[in-house]
Write a protein that binds this ligand. Sequence first.
Ligand SMILES: [Zn+2]
Length: 260
Amino acid sequence: MHESPDAPADAATAASGYDPEAPRKPFNARGSFVSRCPDCRLPALNCLCPYRVAVESRARFWLLTHPIEHYKPTNTGRLIGHILPETEVFTWYRTEPDPRLLALLEDDRFAPFVVFPDDQADYAERVVGPEAVDAALADSRIPVFILLDGTWRQARRIFRRSEYLASLPVLPLKTSRLTRYRLRKAASSEHLCTAEVAAELLRISGDLEASATLDDYFEVFNENYASSRRHRQIEAPSGAMRRLLERRGGADGASDVNRT
Ligand SMILES: [Zn+2]
């Protein structure tokens, strides 16, 4: 487990600006106030918005986000929608499936895959490989990666307790990539965070530009958030920052550099 068990699980967390993941100092544990950008929710000192750039992809993402995860500023699932505007985010409730998600699952234009490991025997017959994504594209359907966004335990719970996922093909992510996420301690360097999983899926399914852009955006999120924890502002733009600003286009990108 890499979550703090006492993290408040409601909207008050985001609204108050109190960051449950922040290093705690005895004298201001509860009273510290971080001024956050209302759009990207990063500390205003290192706002992510100037680097936000929309790209197109053949595949899409639907996130099923655990309610506790939803309000955490360190959540990386939300970065996917910043880069790929067609991303859908649903909050997962065990007893009440989102009717919009149920309708999308019935829509023949889409070929949805649940992204989940293939380490249990009882759903082995549902497991498919990346060739199933290629087949969907060849069939003029839009491949959709359903990401279960939460801790490992939360994701397993979502997978096991959502009837409407039970008939979908399961796509395990096979990658040798190691995590670069610095904001939470992963149980192992092989546990990728949600944005990294998305970037890998895009790469494997041939959306190379979208994959590279999301990777850069995630890297900037990582750098900016880590700097903010040290109460520092990033001064020299990194390679990832420069590439994102270039993608946003000359004049727009250049004027945004100074806005940070
Ligand atoms: Zn921002």
